[in-house]
Each structure stands twice: as structure tokens, then as C-alpha cells.
Design a protein around this ligand. Structure first.
Ligand code: NAP
Ligand code: 3JN
Length: 337
């Protein structure tokens, strides 16, 4: 396979570091990895696995000679630099929301809609982490039974707010008088403690009372399943967990089913592991699923009052499959095609 020159924009962050780790451990065919971040980090040495990287500032010139650029430095950086990278000949795999809803940008989870990779025009968007985790579990149900509607509540780890989110939880656990500065949204005036708490706000509110994170789950799901009118309602909540997002998902299906059949469908679906043995108290939990590639599904049970309703409890590492791994898998597919 042809070897490629790769750039990671946001290399010093939670997602960027995970991308580099995966490129190395999955033997992505790279000639070189160029670690890019803000001016603040230029010159810093990053040590990941047995490799050392000197961080450079992300500027348009930094993409000279780059074949694939992974962007994970926030939407404004993607908006400022992704098109510059494409102009210089790079294929961009973007982890931010900057282009996800653009009609000419495919939004892809390889287990869900790999066919959409074909029509990219230089930029491919990686969905939001909560959407990825939900869809890896629900796409097989859409295929076999059809989804009628989705009601989802998330339990999102602090690392969803990046390195600063992890630091905030650690600081609060170590010192109950610590004044929160990051959660729920660093740029808003009010901050609340996350240690020993839950915060029912992820990202800013829209006029209709939903948060942007909740809207991302709705709109991105409709785009990837090619079902612009699919009914979805989401409630997203920050919880004092370091890593892995959990989701309580209720779906109504279009066909009759048995729980055994749903289990079989999920057990044979790519990227899904069924972890569902209530008799042995076995179900997915974030603490034990850190750094796992798959999405785990448990607590499967039918709605006793609605014959086509089913409940699922889904957990996935949002830095890995919810962001870095999904992006690297997109790169792997493009190279193998
Ligand atoms: P993070 O830990 O806060 O890291 C942010 C990264 O962006 C750092 O490398 C930072 O570099 C870089 N950066 C900031 N401003 C920059 C600038 N002006 N130019 C170049 N680089 C700049 O955040 P994260 O959790 O890795 O998330 C990064 C992005 O990934 C998010 O904004 C989101 O769009 C996406 N994402 C995150 C998650 C998640 O679970 N965390 C999941 C899905 C998607 P410095 O060190 O130089 O500041
Ligand atoms: O908060 C979380 O748990 C996930 C955060 C995702 C995120 C954070 C900042 C900016 C995103 C995203 O991936 O949707 C963005 C963004 O790119 O808009």
C-alpha cells in the first residue's frame, strides 16, 4: 500500500493524541506524522508510544506535501484551515462540526454509511461522538427492523470537554472548594461543579430549549441514515466520569421483533459487542470500557406497553470510536479503496 504523509491538527489535545496513538498501533501506512497545534504549543515535544514529535504551528503552509490531514482543534480552526489544506492537495478528515451538515460533505461512520465516502470533494466529516456511539448500535436495527422513532438520554464523560474537562473533575475531587471554570461551557458566565453532580447541559441552548449537542444527535443521525424526517429527541447530560459516553436509548421499530432476534442482529453487527447478562449482573459500564474500540450494548428489554418498543443501554469510548478511531478508520477505508 502507498505510504502517505499525515498531519494531525490539534495533536496536543485529547482527540489528537489518540489519533496519533492509533495511527501508530494500527500500522496506518504513514511516511511521516506532522503534529500541529496552536502557536502556544509550537516547539513542544510530544512523546507517543516509541515516537517523538516536535509540534508545529498550524498554518496554511504546514499542509505543503500532506496527503491526509486529521482536524481536531475545534470548528473555528477547521473553518480557517481545512480548505487551505485541500487546496494544497490534502484529503481532510474533520472531527469538528464545521462541515458536518454541508450538503457536499459526507458525514460517515464506516459501519453505518461507508457508501457516502465515494462522493467526497476533499473533506469528510466525522460525526459528533454521542451520535457515532448511538448509530453504531442503531444502524443494524434500522437495517433489519426499520427505526420508527428514537428517544435518547446521554451520560457524557468530562473528557468530552477535552483535556480541560478532565483536569476540572480531578481538581474538584481533590479539593471540594475548587471553583469550576470549564463546565458546562467554558465560554458561558456560569460554571457548576461536576464532582458528585450531573449537569443537564452540553453546549449552548437554542431558542427551542434544546442544546446544540442535542441538535447534533438529531440532525447528524437523519443525515447519515438518509432519513431527514426520522423522529428523534435527545437529552444530553454531563456526568462525573473520566472517559466513555453512556446512552439510554428507547427505540420504536417498524417491524415486530423478539429480544433474541435483536441480540443476534447486534451480536453479528460490525463494531458492536452485546454485553447483556442481567442474571450475572453483566452490563456495559464506562469505567471498564475505556480504550476499547467497540460500542457495547446491554440491558436489552422490550417495552411491556408498546410491542414495537425496545430499551438499550449503550456505552462507547467517545475519544476512541466517538472521535479518533472513527476518523482513522475513514482514512484506512479511503486508502484501501
Ligand atoms: P482539547 O483536548 O481541548 O484539545 C484541543 C486541541 O486544539 C489542542 O491540540 C490545541 O492546541 C488545539 N488548538 C486550539 N486552538 C488552536 C488553534 N488556534 N490552532 C491550532 N490548534 C489549536 O480538545 P479535544 O477533546 O481533543 O477536542 C478537539 C475537537 O475534537 C473538539 O473541539 C471537537 O470538535 C472534536 N471532538 C472531541 C471529542 C471529545 O470527546 N473530546 C469528541 C468528538 C469530537 P494547543 O495545545 O496548542 O492549545
Ligand atoms: O461534550 C462532549 O461530550 C462532546 C463534545 C464535542 C465537541 C466539543 C466542542 C466542539 C464538538 C463536536 O464534536 O461536536 C465540537 C464541535 O466541533 O462543534
Amino acid at each position: 500500500m502507498k505510504k502517505v504523509k499525515v498531519a494531525v491538527v490539534g495533536a496536543t489535545g485529547a482527540v489528537g493524541e489518540e489519533i496519533i496513538d492509533l495511527l501508530i498501533t494500527r500500522r496506518f501506512p504513514f511516511l511521516e506524522i506532522v503534529a500541529l497545534a496552536s502557536k502556544r504549543s509550537a516547539g513542544k515535544i510530544l512523546r507517543i508510544k516509541e515516537h517523538e514529535f516536535t509540534v508545529k504551528e498550524a498554518t496554511p503552509d504546514a499542509f505543503e506535501g500532506i496527503d491526509i490531514a486529521f482536524f481536531c482543534a475545534g470548528g473555528s480552526v477547521s473553518k480557517a484551515l481545512a480548505h487551505e489544506a485541500v487546496k494544497k492537495g490534502a484529503l481532510v478528515i474533520d472531527n469538528t462540526s464545521a462541515f458536518r451538515m454541508e450538503p457536499d460533505v459526507p458525514l460517515v461512520v464506516p459501519e453505518v454509511n461507508p457508501e457516502d465516502l465515494k462522493w467526497h470533494q476533499g473533506i469528510i466529516a466525522n460525526p459528533n461522538c454521542s451520535t457515532i456511539i448511538m448509530l453504531v448500535a442503531l444502524a443494524p436495527l434500522e437495517k433489519h427492523f426499520g427505526l420508527e422513532r428514537i428517544i435518547v438520554s446521554t451520560y457524557q464523560a468530562v473528557s468530552g470537554a477535552g483535556v480541560k474537562g478532565i483536569e476540572e473533575l480531578k481538581n474538584e475531587v481533590n479539593n471540594l472548594d475548587y471553583t469550576p471554570k470549564v463546565l458546562p461551557v467554558a465560554s458561558l458566565p456560569k460554571h457548576y461543579p461536576i464532582a458528585y453532580n450531573l449537569i443537564p447541559q452540553i453546549d449552548v441552548f437554542d431558542a427551542d430549549g434544546y442544546t446544540k449537542e442535542e441538535w447534533k444527535m438529531v440532525k447528524e443521525t437523519q443525515k447519515m441514515l438518509h432519513r431527514p424526517n426520522l423522529g428523534i429527541t435527545a437529552t444530553t447530560v454531563r456526568v462525573p466520569v473520566k472517559r466513555c459516553h453512556s446512552e439510554s436509548i428507547y427505540v420504536e421499530l417498524q417491524k415486530d421483533f423478539t429480544i433474541e432476534h435483536i441480540k443476534e442482529v447486534l451480536a453479528s453487527a460490525p463494531g458492536v459487542i452485546v454485553m447483556d447478562e442481567p442474571e450475572n449482573q453483566i452490563y456495559p459500564m464506562p469505567l471498564e470500557l475505556e480504550k476499547k474500540d467497540e460500542v457495547f450494548v446491554g440491558r436489552l428489554r422490550g417495552d411491556l406497553y408498546c410491542k414495537r418498543g425496545v430499551n438499550l443501554w449503550v456505552v462507547g469510548d467517545q475519544i476512541r470510536k466517538g472521535a479518533a478511531l472513527n476518523a482513522v478508520q475513514i482514512g484506512e477505508r479511503l486508502l484501501s479503496d
